[in-house]
Design a protein around this ligand. Structure first.
Ligand code: NAG
Ligand code: NAG
Ligand code: NAG
Length: 374
């Protein structure tokens, strides 16, 4: 319960935080990097409209109906949130327009392209199928997206010299990708131990993707890890247990968070190897895991509702306001009245507010590592 006094304190603290933040650094420090374009590979965390175009099923795809998009665009755009995604904030902070989805053929790609597809996996659909994991949404896995990137570059640039020159000041985001490989496997009954066996494959395919974008001319590459998936309403609902020892200090599922950290550590080791192989390329890890933990720890001060940290805003009820049989976008499933007070939008994806806060944290964290003044 929040009293008027608590609300007032919250406003006061938020204002102070804002003043501290805004006086201690220039308004848009990310602009110092002078990125002139952004190329994004990934899944629903970054898809700004590819899947809704790709899928012949149109309206049957996830994230294609209101209330998706209600807060910013007033209509669904294919973004899996109520509004802007982290990539939108990254583009804004870089002083660039929102990235158009590659499959929207008539769009302006002069400031980059978004190849991310909702439901995409890092590993190919056939590789996963051989491991007994069905990829139900799309076949546009990481290598398919890289092929699209390659054909885009072939048509956009005259020759290798031209391409290298044009991509000199581009930012490449290789992910987040790989989260779905694990999501699909977990929800299809694989155990944490079984999933650990595909971690090296996922890390390998992401490393190979980084090598490929470097071959195309990338000079600055950001590779995100995974979120603490044990804090997502979908995991909390599906793997709910009476064993209190299974939960951590935030009431998230410890086993899944530990798995995400296991994966993140291996990904970071691979990034270290890539740096050694490519001394002229800046390769930076984006620490989604700790950005998310920061959000949880500072929820109150960030204006989030501490009592709803594990609840989806758009859902059909239950402890976590998530019901796999009636998800956001289905008829009659309502969004909460105050999405800016919640972290989770639909049980899998973040609200615009959480995306914005996490993106700001990530930019502060990676900016010094991008060596923009070098
Ligand atoms: C992926 O490709 C396979 C083989 O061509 C096809 O059967 C399947 O329907 C495709 N899946 C999706 C989601 O498009
Ligand atoms: C590459 O293309 C650019 C732009 O059209 C042109 O000026 C340059 O001469 C070409 N270089 C080579 C090596 O073909
Ligand atoms: C938890 O315990 C209650 C009461 O004993 C039981 O009804 C319920 O099925 C249990 N839930 C799970 C997920 O084990």
């Amino acid at each position: 319960m929040s009293t008027i006094q608590e609300d007032f304190q919250l406003v006061l603290i938020s204002t102070l935080l804002f003043l501290v933040f805004s006086s201690s650094c220039d308004a848009q420090p990310f602009r110092r990097c002078k990125f002139d374009s952004i190329y994004q590979l990934g899944d629903s965390i970054s898809d700004t409209g590819n899947l809704i175009i790709e899928s012949s099923l149109g309206a049957a795809t996830p994230c294609s109906r209101l209330p998706y998009g209600e807060t910013f665009f007033n209509e669904p755009t294919g973004r899996c949130s109520n509004g802007l995604l982290m990539i939108d904030h990254v583009a804004l902070e870089a002083g660039l327009p929102f990235l158009n989805p590659y499959l929207k053929k008539d769009s302006d790609f002069s400031h980059g392209v978004n190849f991310a597809v909702t439901g995409a996996t890092a590993l190919s659909t056939s590789f996963l199928a051989a491991k007994g994991v069905i990829s139900p949404v799309t076949n546009s896995s990481l290598n398919v997206q890289l092929d699209r990137m390659s054909s885009f570059f072939s048509s956009a640039f005259h020759n290798d010299t031209d391409r290298a020159q044009e991509l000199k000041d581009a930012l490449f985001l290789v992910g987040e990708i790989g989260g779905n490989d694990f999501n699909f496997a977990f929800f299809q009954g694989k155990t944490i131990e079984e999933e650990k066996s595909i971690v090296p494959d996922v890390v390998q395919i992401i490393s190979d993707a980084v090598r490929r974008v470097i071959q195309y001319g990338a000079r600055r590459v950001v590779v995100p890890g995974n979120f603490p998936i044990g804090c997502l309403p979908i995991y909390l609902t599906v793997f709910k247990t009476n064993n209190t020892a299974a939960y951590d200090e935030f009431n998230c599922l410890k086993g899944f968070n530990d798995f995400a950290e296991y994966y993140n550590e291996r990904l970071q080791q691979a990034i270290e190897e890539l740096r050694n192989e490519n001394p002229d390329t800046v390769i930076v890890y984006a620490d989604y895991y700790n950005a998310f933990q920061w959000l949880f720890r500072n929820a109150l001060f960030l204006g989030l509702d501490p009592a709803s940290l594990l609840k989806a805003c758009c859902g059909a009820g239950g402890e976590y306001n998530y019901d796999r049989a009636r998800t956001c976008g289905a008829p009659g499933v309502q969004a909460c009245p105050d999405p800016d007070r919640l972290v989770h939008w639909d049980g899998i994806h973040l609200t615009q507010k959480a995306s914005m806060l996490i993106a700001k944290w990530l930019i502060q964290d990676i900016l010094p590592k991008l060596q923009c003044n070098a």
